[in-house]
Ligand binder design. Structure first.
Ligand code: AMP
Length: 215
């Protein structure tokens, strides 16, 4: 299946995408992860993206569109893929549609993860990620055994700089203005499937599989 996971930052799309990708072997393509890696390695893309990411703004459309197209040319995506954090603007969505239709690889569904703003703020500010393996924890909802170390690999847990409160507020504003219009964009195309994203990780994962007819 060719899937998009859509929803506000911090709604849990990344966690769900990782679980589905692990179970079904469809690659999980997170533009946020790709950009963070480029920043870490200080590549030209990373240097360009860094200033936008630090303030919670979106990186220019053309940069991300090129990253995704290049990734979708790789053969592991031909059996299916999960896009997480892309598209984030109507321009990105249109570019993706044009690319996929030229390859005769249409989207199967767009899962829209819904949660209240209060819940999202709690989730973002409590989120911790492993520097080594990328595992995601939450201090309240999915606490690691030790607040500073990853349960899986022992790597250092850190708070993303853009998960600090002021940037979180800006990211949510950016989401409302630039990304929320994609809900009706995909609804009109008959592709939107809503998933209630509150409750435990396992409960949301069952909802994801139900919506996709995989339960
Ligand atoms: P995320 O991990 O998806 O929350 O993304 C972290 C940051 O990376 C965002 O706040 C943006 O600055 C940037 N980013 C990720 N995906 C995109 C995208 N599709 N378009 C523009 N910027 C993006």
């Amino acid at each position: 299946m060719n899937l998009i996971f859509l929803g506000a930052p911090g709604v849990g799309k990344g966690t769900q995408a990782k679980m589905l990708s692990y179970q079904l072997h469809w690659p999980h393509i997170s533009t946020g992860d790709i950009l963070r890696e480029a920043v870490r390695r200080e590549t030209p893309l990373g240097r360009e993206a860094k200033r936008y990411m630090e303030s919670g703004e979106l990186v220019p459309d053309q940069l991300v569109i090129d990253i995704v197209k290049e990734r979708l040319e790789e053969s592991d995506t031909f059996k299916g893929f999960i896009l997480d954090g892309f598209p984030r603007t109507v321009e990105q969505a249109e570019a993706l549609e044009e690319f996929l239709s030229s390859k005769k690889r249409p989207l199967s569904a767009v899962l829209y993860f819904e949660a209240s703003t209060e819940e999202i703020v709690v989730r973002l500010t409590g989120r911790r990620s492993c520097r080594s393996c990328g595992a995601i924890y939450h201090l309240v909802h999915q606490p690691p055994l030790n607040q500073e170390r990853c349960d899986k690999c022992g790597g250092e847990l850190y708070q993303r700089s853009d998960d600090q409160e002021e940037t979180v507020r800006n990211r949510l504003k950016v989401y409302e203005v630039q990304t929320a219009p994609l809900i009706s964009f995909y609804e009109k195309k008959g592709l939107l499937r809503k998933v209630k994203a509150e409750g435990s990780v396992e409960k949301v994962y069952s909802a994801v599989k139900n919506v996709l007819g995989l339960a």
